[in-house]
Write a protein that binds this ligand. Structure first.
Ligand code: URA
Length: 251
């Protein structure tokens, strides 16, 4: 299936070249005497294979789940389970569709997120939005959360005891959202979710499973890393397509 204009625009924004079948591209008339190039399918260059966006399931939050959402929405801002509560401006609960098919999990709030109370609102967030749009998803259609709900000072890596203290909140969110796919952004998210210390480069390209509730997990690079290493964006595009493939299998 071909990519629509908006997806192309976002792929461009991600600096990912998309090759299109030449027969849909205006080709200048060959010079007299020139050997004509091949036709139709034989002329295909590499065609990006993004598929029909898998739309969010139409599911409503049950009355019981609504009560539990309300519960953790009250508990998170009051949390003092680890030392990070002392330095935070506010907690960052997560944002998006509580019945989303896609759950996106990052590391921890940064300075801007701590200020605004919403995950991925800085430059990395803009790139995340572009990544989502490239597979036909709007930010508000997915749910975005982090391993930690509070900002670690100077954006240092979360400590194991902080991640452990925060894990029950994310666990509850996963149970309530019942996502069909989890996209883990970066090493910290992947390693904490899947309880491993495998380097991220080795985790990419494989399908994992969150144990309970069982949800397929795809690991990809963190958008902040992509800002520093834009040549890796194509790999993220491959990971996103893999996630789309998993969703299609389930459909
Ligand atoms: N990086 C993350 O991992 N999460 C955010 O919310 C922002 C930046």
């Amino acid at each position: 299936m071909s990519l629509n204009l908006q997806q192309r625009r976002y792929l461009k924004l991600m600096d990912i070249d998309v090759y299109v079948p030449r027969h849909v591209v205006a080709v200048p008339e060959p010079a007299p005497g020139a050997v004509p190039a091949g036709q139709g399918a034989t002329q295909l260059a590499l065609v990006a294979t993004a598929s029909t966006p898998v739309r969010p399931a139409v599911r409503n939050v049950s009355a019981a789940a609504a009560v539990e959402w309300e519960d953790i929405r009250r508990q998170v801002p009051a949390c003092t389970r680890c030392g990070l509560h002392q330095e935070r401006t506010q907690t960052v609960f997560g944002v998006g569709n509580p019945c989303a098919q896609w759950l996106i999990i990052g590391e921890a709030p940064g300075a801007e997120e701590d200020k605004q109370g919403e995950p991925f609102v800085g430059r990395a967030g803009q790139l995340l939005n572009a990544m989502l749009a490239a597979v036909g998803l709007k930010r508000e259609e997915v749910f975005i959360a982090n391993i930690l709900k509070c900002r670690p000072p100077k954006n240092r890596d979360p400590k194991p005891d902080e991640a452990a203290a925060c894990a029950p909140f994310l666990q509850k969110q996963i149970e309530l959202i019942q996502p069909r796919i989890i996209l883990a952004l970066g090493r910290i998210a992947a390693q904490n979710l899947l309880h491993t210390d495998t380097p991220i480069g080795r985790m990419r390209g494989q399908r994992y499973e969150y144990p309970e509730p069982k949800v397929p997990v795809v690991v990809t690079y963190h958008p902040a890393y992509l800002l520093r290493s834009p040549t890796q964006k194509r790999k993220v595009w491959e990971d996103l397509q893999m996630a789309m493939g998993i969703l299609r299998e389930q459909a």
